[in-house]
Ligand binder design. Sequence first.
Ligand SMILES: NC(=O)c1ccc[n+]([C@@H]2O[C@H](COP(=O)([O-])OP(=O)(O)OC[C@H]3O[C@@H](n4cnc5c(N)ncnc54)[C@H](OP(=O)(O)O)[C@@H]3O)[C@@H](O)[C@H]2O)c1
Length: 290
Amino acid sequence: MSQQDHDTYLLGDRPVRRLGYGAMQLAGPGVFGPPKDLDAAKAVLREAVALGVNHIDTSDYYGPHVTNRLIREALHPYPEGLTIVTKIGARRDGKGEWLPAISAQDLEAAVHDNLRNLGLEQLDVVNFRSMLDVHGPAEGPLAEQVEALARLRERGLVRHIGLSNVTMKQVEEAQRIVPIACVQNMYNLVHRQDDAMIDALARQGIAYVPFFPLGGFTPLQSGALSKVAQRLEASPLQVAAAWLLQRSPNILLIPGTSSVAHLRENMRAGALRLDAAALAELEDIAGGAA
Ligand SMILES: NC(=O)c1ccc[n+]([C@@H]2O[C@H](COP(=O)([O-])OP(=O)(O)OC[C@H]3O[C@@H](n4cnc5c(N)ncnc54)[C@H](OP(=O)(O)O)[C@@H]3O)[C@@H](O)[C@H]2O)c1
């Protein structure tokens, strides 16, 4: 399998299908507490794997603990080749606020929480999620945290290290400490601030995993998107997903949903091809209202 295959890309040393699944939407409202229907949430995970998903994104701070435990209950023992990616660097308080948790002790405890709740002896990929600014990448030193993760990797608790909510300068700083397998930042049809980073990572064979690929809690909506979707007999969110797949071969998708019907719809985006006319029409959406 080469990096160039249309359907797969290497996440560290793991070949994963480019259409994966993000588990965040399986927790309760505000990504806090359990979902209303635990069986329905597990059904989404099982259907994802049945449809060929072999890359699931999660974190122990979703819930907290909720999505990891759902993944374990729904899928353990895990199918051969399933890559589970988690992230650390934050914690939740009693009201569900997102707070930084970035000391070496915090990071080690978070790795152990993920191992225990997922039922794993080694985590495939751990992203360090920068909380310098919770809403978007902010410059600042991350070396201490990356060094702490590198030590956990040396102990065999973590296979690969990634970064989330970071700038290219921070990626380069981290790469001087340890190999970086992937970067997870916000990016979609409307928010294209990482164009240069995506291309730079592609040249190095590093995966870029956009979060909020469909727009996040407020899924993308625009007249141009609906028009293209109608012409291609697809849904607007399928077009948004297909656009990401076509944008660069190193982009791995982790669209989130709590619905089996939406999951099936999203997976069908893998078969959708956007022609030059569609791509031109979609250009105008960048920076517009989502
Ligand atoms: N690193 C970070 O800081 C960070 C931040 C946010 C998220 N993430 C990761 O990225 C993943 C993806 O992000 P996300 O789930 O927040 O956003 P997303 O994938 O852009 O969109 C999810 C939203 O779209 C809806 N949706 C999905 N498919 C749909 C469809 N076919 N039709 C209509 N609505 C649809 C979902 O609602 P329904 O449940 O009703 O389908 C949900 O409201 C997360 O699951 C998480 O793993 C990482």
